[in-house]
Design a protein around this ligand. Structure first.
Ligand code: CO
Length: 217
C-alpha cells in the first residue's frame, strides 16, 4: 500500500510545480481540450506520449494498446479515432511503435501466451505479409527492429483504410498520418517518413470514392 501512496504524493508535487510555472494552468485546461494530435502508441510504460514529446496535458489525445495496433474491429480504438477526427479535428495522427517491443517479439516467436495469443495473431499477420524481407535478415535483433518498423507502416495503412478518415480527405487536407519509432536506449524518436493524407497509396480495393451528387433535373 505504501507504493500506491507514492503516486498520490507525486501528484501533489506535480500540481505544485505546474501551478508555479503557470498559475492558471488548471483553470484553462478544465475549460476545454483542443489537442492537435492523436497518438496511437504501445501500452509499454516507457513510452508515454506527452513525456517523450515534452508536451503538457491538453496537447495529445491518446490511445494505447499492445504493439500500437489499428484493428478494424476494435471499437475502442475506432471510437477514439472517430472523436479525434470528427469532433476534436486533430491535424495529425501519429502511430508510434518502439524498438524492443515485447508484444512484437512475442508475435515473432512460437511460444504460447494464452489469451494474449488472439491479439498477437494480428501482429503475426503483419509478419506473414513481410516474411520474405524479414526472414532474409539473419541477425535476430535487426529482424525484430525491422518488424517494428514494418508494423508501424502497416498500422498507418490500416488507419488510411478507415472510411471516415478518407471522408475527411475528401473535404480537406487533414488529418495527416505519421509513422514513428521510439528508441528506448536513447529516448529519441525516429520518423519513418511515411506521412500521408490521401488513400492513393493503398490498393484500389481500399479506396472509397465520394458519393456522386445527383443533379436536380
Ligand atoms: Co511495446
Amino acid at each position: 500500500m505504501e507504493s500506491i501512496q507514492e503516486l498520490i504524493k507525486g501528484n501533489i508535487r506535480w500540481v505544485q510545480k505546474t501551478e508555479k510555472n503557470d498559475p492558471d494552468f488548471f483553470k484553462k485546461l478544465a475549460a476545454e481540450q483542443k489537442p492537435q494530435y492523436l497518438w496511437i502508441g504501445c501500452s509499454d510504460s516507457r513510452v508515454s506520449a506527452t513525456e517523450i514529446t515534452g508536451t503538457l496535458p491538453g496537447s495529445i489525445f491518446v490511445q494505447r494498446n499492445i504493439a500500437n495496433m489499428v484493428i478494424h474491429t476494435d471499437s475502442n480504438l475506432l471510437s477514439v479515432v472517430n472523436y479525434a477526427v470528427k469532433v476534436l479535428k486533430v491535424k495529425h495522427i501519429i502511430v508510434c511503435g518502439h524498438y524492443g517491443c515485447g508484444g512484437m517479439m512475442a508475435a515473432m516467436g512460437n511460444k504460447n501466451f494464452g489469451f494474449l495469443d488472439n491479439w498477437l495473431l494480428h501482429i503475426k499477420d503483419v509478419y506473414r505479409m513481410h516474411s520474405k524481407e524479414l526472414n532474409a535478415i539473419e541477425d535476430e535483433t535487426e529482424r525484430a527492429q525491422r518488424f517494428v518498423e514494418l508494423n508501424v507502416i502497416e498500422q498507418v495503412n490500416n488507419l488510411a483504410k478507415v472510411s471516415f478518415i478518407q471522408e475527411e480527405w475528401q473535404h480537406g487536407e487533414y488529418p495527416y498520418l505519421h509513422g514513428w519509432v521510439y528508441k528506448l536506449n536513447d529516448g529519441l524518436i525516429h520518423d519513418l517518413e511515411i506521412s500521408v493524407n490521401s488513400s492513393e497509396s493503398l490498393s484500389e480495393v481500399y479506396q472509397y470514392h465520394p458519393k456522386e451528387v445527383k443533379k436536380k433535373t
